[in-house]
Structure formats: C-alpha cells, structure tokens
Design a protein around this ligand. Sequence first.
Ligand code: PLV
Length: 322
Amino acid sequence: MAEYFHVNTPLLESMSMSKLVGTTVYLKMENSQPTGSFKIRGIGHLCQKLAKESTGVVCSSGGNAGMAAAYAARKMGIPATIIIPSSTPPLVVKRLKDQGATVKCIGKVWDDANAEALRLAETEGLTYVPPFDHPLLWQGHASLIAEVAASLGSGVKPGAVLVAVGGGGLLCGVIQGLKDVGWTDVPVVAMETVGADCFNAAVKAGKLVTLDDITSEAKCLGAKTVCKKAFEYSQCSEVTIISELVTDQQALSAIEAFLDEERVLVEMACGAALAAVYSGLIQRLQGEGRLPTLLGPLLVIVCGGSSIDMEQLSNLKHKLHN
Ligand code: PLV
C-alpha cells in the first residue's frame, strides 16, 4: 500500500490573477488530487490511522469528502458507504459509485446525512469518517502548507492565504500547517457564500451558530454549524482570520473566469475562494487596512471539487445569471 493516498500538487503562478491583485498569486492546485479535491489529504490520513482493521467506513458528505473516503477505502480493500443529502447533484452519485461506494441519499442538507452516518456507524459497526471535524483530518490537510513551503523555498512566505470554509476542516488544516512551518503571522482570508455562512455567522455572534437552512448553491460549503476548532481559531490572537462572504453569482462568475483563464473547472465551493480575487475583495481589504497595501505573494488554495461538469455549470448559469 502506498504511504499516502494524496499527491504533491503543483504550485502555479497565475499571471492574470497576479495582475488583478497587484502581487504574485500562487495557486495550490488541489483540484489535481486523485479525487478532485484536497479532502483526500485528511481523509486518507484518518482512514490509514483509524480504518486499518475496519470492516467498512461510513462517511457523510456534500460530495468531496465522500469521494475521498470511497477512494481510500477502495485502496485499502474495504467497503465504503457514503451518505449524501438530496442537494448533492446526480453526477456526484455516479462518481461515487465509480469509486465502488454504496451511496445513500438522506435528508436535505449535510447535517441530515450526518445523523444517518452516525447511526449506521453505531448499528453496523462501521468506522465513521467525518468530513471536516477531526484532528487527524486537520493534520492531513496541513501537509498542503508544508508542500507550499517546500515549493517556495526558504526566504519566501505568503502575504496571505485564501481559503474556502464549509465545516472548517480545511481552515483548521491550513492554520495547523502555518503553525508547523512557523508562518503564524500570515493572515488567512476565510471565504464562504451567502447562505452557507456558518463560520461568518459564528464570528459575528462570538459563539457557534447553527444556520436554519443552506440556501447557497455552494452545497459543499453547506454545513449548518462550523466545527468548534475553527471558531476557536477565530477567537485567539495567535492567528489572524478574516472572514468574508461572496454571493453565489460572484462564486459562479469566478468559476467561469478561472475556467477561461486557467483552463480548470472547479465547483462552487472553490469559486467562493477564487471570487475574493476576481470580485476585487482582496483590494477592498487592502483599502480598509485589513490586509497590507504592499502585500506579499497571495496563496490561493484551489480546493477543487467533483460536483461540477459542463451540464452542472450550465444549470448554475441558468439559475444564477438571470
Ligand atoms: N466539503 C465537505 C462538506 O460538505 C464534503 O463533504 O465534501 N472545497 C470543497 C471542494 C469542499 O468539498 C469542501 C467541503 C470545502 C471546500 C470546505 O472544506 P471544509 O468543510 O473542511 O471547511 C458539507
């Protein structure tokens, strides 16, 4: 068995994005992971630690965590059951089945699917694979910052990191990675869409908040409550997290611009992060003094995602661009 399930992804310089922001923009291309997103880093690590002796794994997911769990389970020779909510597009069901997983669609949003995954873990004795709330996931995701540090070489460090937030697992992993390489003074811009904004709501309220519903099309950002660790990071002085929102329309426009300019198709969850560049949010933060005017290189985590193809893109355009 391979030591890791994830691959070392390319770190690319984007000329067009650099021009927009006025500083070098580096793209960490997590879309090129075997399952199309960063999730395999943490989930691969967790499965190797917790599921070696397992009779099977069960994972609740908006899609990408499930893809990673199905992939890891297949490589480990154990069955995977993936519980998704009805908001997950059919193309993801097909991709999960292609990975050999059993797929069950339960409830409207991820939180509903998760309740069923926890129940199955209990009643069937399966190993529960959480999509974002576990220290082993954060440890696995942290490897992406270690790779960036190695790619940039000594003496170069990002001026800021741009990241999408769903349940907060990627954010926790990125912060852990920044701590590991001694970059705790690098601010993190944490992006969500309006309607999938549980982290922003918690930051504003000063406590964990459970959203009534997920109304954004960025379903993979659609956890109703952010994980406690992400909230704690937002409250501590050790790291700087700037929580910002974009609209679904801005996230979709970002996906389209990224496809045109970088020739890569990513899903809405990732579009939320890219929109910070394309919508001018980074410059706005500089104007407000929340990011330095002379900003060092901007590191964009291109988290990727499988919930997108040409048909889904055209569905989203139809829904959002009218
Ligand atoms: N998606 C999770 C949670 O969904 C999932 O089950 O796949 N970018 C992409 C492409 C993602 O799939 C996700 C999470 C994120 C960003 C956000 O990561 P998180 O949840 O660790 O903050 C409900």
